[in-house]
Structure formats: structure tokens, C-alpha cells
Design a protein around this ligand. Structure first.
Ligand code: C5P
Length: 320
């Protein structure tokens, strides 16, 4: 009998955006990063990444934010593919197609989702069969936020944000994301946060910790309690760099949101609402107030990166 070895020709993986329910930032470390204590929630805005073999490295982008997607040279998805290629000793170029639905450079880790999706897609395309820990290590090399979208759900992040542990959580939450202007640079927001903290306090900031209040709100699944417990140590820095974000947060609360928070390093603002209907109402009010460029609704938590399609075709006959 002849066994047939099969590898897919195209693999498509979808990966979710995230919101940091709480983001606590410790002192700046020697390597330039900051120790974090954060709780990530994956939300139902997804990018889809498809990979296939080609003569040269190429990135194709589609979807509402396609024109903002970096080209092959600087795209984190290409870095992800090259990294896993080196790990698997594969010497092949790829075309990477990104169907982009996650706002670009908004603090929702869209680039990180693309990198996570690419790692999983390449693992399947090349038949490398890396386990979850190995993929997680490669993800952490690519960026602090890349390991999370591989797993999704609700997870606590420590270290640079790349060390993930489970949290007890129940329920599902309705979010409205107000995409405001173009990207804020993450290093600039961290630098501004350091500068503001030097002004406000004499000693170094304490070791970062997620609040008991947030953990209790997640355990109970109570949206109102969660709305009141949202917190982000980068928020004042984002407000200092983009004063209009403060107005946007306040407007959302006035329109009935249970909580408002700058998402990660911004400039997207995340509003927690009481229900799907409340999210619809808030979207209409924010849209009428014309305070932001784009408005997206989503639910969280959702699972991490998932294979959408990997059609298998016979490749070469194996030893019989
Ligand atoms: O890890 P990533 O490449 O996403 O980080 C981008 C930048 O954000 C870093 O170069 C650093 O300036 C800042 N950062 C930080 N502390 C973290 C994560 C990111 O200072 N924990």
C-alpha cells in the first residue's frame, strides 16, 4: 500500500482583537520594557490571514483598513513567518493575505493578531507540528501582545505582557469601540506615562497588580461591576498626547456606557455596555456626536486563533 503525504496548499487562520480590562504598568526596566499586570479579553473583531507558497515574500491586504496595512518589508506577519521558517528550517517564500477587520494601530493588537495567525498558519502549511508552548515562545519573540491572541478568552498577562495565566471569569460582555484618529506610537505613550509619573511621585512606581475589584467583577460576570473596575495606567499619557480622547470617554459615559477605557496604548476607546441593545444605542449616539472616525461593536470573550481552512492535497507518495 502507498501512503500519501499531504500538506495544505493554502491555510487560513482567524485571530481576535483584544481589550485590556485593566492595564497596570510598573517601573521601566533596563531592557526598555515595563513590567505589566494586565487582564486581556479577546473580542469578536477578527483578522483572517491566509498563507501560500510563492516566489517572493508578498503581503496582500483586504478589508476596511487595508490601505493602512504595512507592506511586506515591515509587516509583523512576515516577521512571524520568517521566524517560524527559521525554527522549522524551511526555506520558502510566502504570499500572506490579510483580511483586515481589526482597526489598524488602535491599541487593539491587530498586528499581534496577524502575527499569531501567521504562526499557526505556517505551522500547518509546513507541517511543523509545533506545540502550543513552542508557538507561544515564538510569539513572545515577536511582541509582548502576540502570545495572547493564540489563546484568547480572558487571561492575565505579566512580565512584558507575554506571560499568560488563566483567570476565573464568567459571562459575556458587549463592547463598543470608538476608533479615534490614526495610531499613537506605543513607545511614545509609555515614555509619556514615565514622564507624568516622575512629575507626580518621588519614588519609582510600585510593582503592578491587577485589582481585587476587577477579578471579583470577572468572577461574577457582572457588567456593571466590570465597567466600574476598568483601569489603564497608560490612559493619562494617551490623554496628554491626544486631549480629545478624554472628551470621547466622557461622552460615552454620558450616553450610558457602564465604563470607558483607552484600549491599550490607544487611540481606540473601549466602552462597556449593559446589553447588545445598549451597544447599538451607544453606537448611534457616538456616531451622531461625530467624535470618532469609526465605531465597531463586539462581544467578548471569544476563543483565540482558529484554523478556518486548510484544504489538503496529495503532495508526494511516501515510502510504501
Ligand atoms: O513588545 P512590543 O514590540 O509590542 O512593544 C512595543 C514597545 O512598547 C516597546 O518597544 C516598548 O517601548 C513599549 N512596551 C513597554 N513595556 C511593555 C510592552 C511594550 O515599554 N511591557
Amino acid at each position: 500500500m502507498t501512503t500519501v503525504s499531504t500538506l495544505p496548499e493554502v491555510v487560513t487562520v482567524r485571530a481576535p482583537a483584544k481589550v485590556n480590562l485593566e492595564l497596570r504598568v510598573g517601573p521601566r526596566r533596563r531592557d526598555g520594557y515595563h513590567d505589566l499586570a494586565t487582564v486581556f479579553q479577546a473580542v469578536s473583531l477578527h483578522d483572517e490571514v491566509s498563507v501560500w507558497r510563492s516566489d517572493d515574500w508578498q503581503v496582500l491586504a483586504a478589508g476596511p483598513y487595508a490601505e493602512l496595512v504595512p507592506t511586506a518589508g515591515e509587516n509583523i506577519a512576515v516577521r512571524a513567518a520568517r521566524l517560524i521558517a527559521a525554527r522549522g528550517e524551511v526555506d520558502e517564500a510566502l504570499t500572506i493575505r490579510i483580511d483586515k477587520d481589526i482597526p489598524v494601530a488602535g491599541g487593539m493588537a491587530g498586528g499581534s493578531a496577524d502575527a499569531a495567525a501567521t504562526l499557526l498558519a505556517c505551522d500547518l502549511l509546513w507541517g511543523l507540528d509545533l506545540d502550543r508552548d513552542e508557538l507561544g515562545e515564538l510569539a513572545a519573540e515577536l511582541g509582548s501582545d502576540v502570545p495572547f491572541p493564540l489563546q484568547g478568552g480572558n487571561l492575565m498577562g505579566s512580565g512584558r505582557g507575554e506571560r499568560l495565566t488563566p483567570v476565573l471569569a464568567r459571562g459575556s460582555f458587549d463592547w463598543v469601540f470608538a476608533v479615534s484618529g490614526t495610531g499613537l506610537s506605543t513607545p511614545e505613550v509609555y515614555a509619556e506615562a514615565d514622564r507624568l509619573r516622575q512629575q507626580w511621585r518621588s519614588g519609582p512606581p510600585p510593582a503592578p497588580r491587577v485589582s481585587a475589584r476587577l477579578m471579583a467583577a470577572l468572577r461574577s460576570g457582572d457588567a456593571e461591576a466590570l465597567g466600574a473596575a476598568l483601569g489603564n495606567d497608560l490612559q493619562e499619557a494617551a490623554f496628554a498626547l491626544r486631549p480629545e480622547l478624554r472628551d470621547l470617554c466622557e461622552a460615552g459615559i454620558d450616553f450610558g456606557a457602564l465604563g470607558a477605557i483607552v484600549s491599550g496604548s490607544g487611540p481606540t476607546v473601549a466602552f462597556l455596555t449593559a446589553s447588545h441593545e445598549a451597544a447599538l444605542d451607544l453606537s448611534v449616539s457616538l456616531s451622531a456626536a461625530a467624535l470618532c472616525r469609526d465605531i465597531r461593536r463586539a462581544r467578548g470573550p471569544v476563543p483565540g486563533a482558529q484554523v478556518v481552512a486548510a484544504p489538503r492535497t496529495p503532495r508526494s507518495p511516501g515510502p510504501g
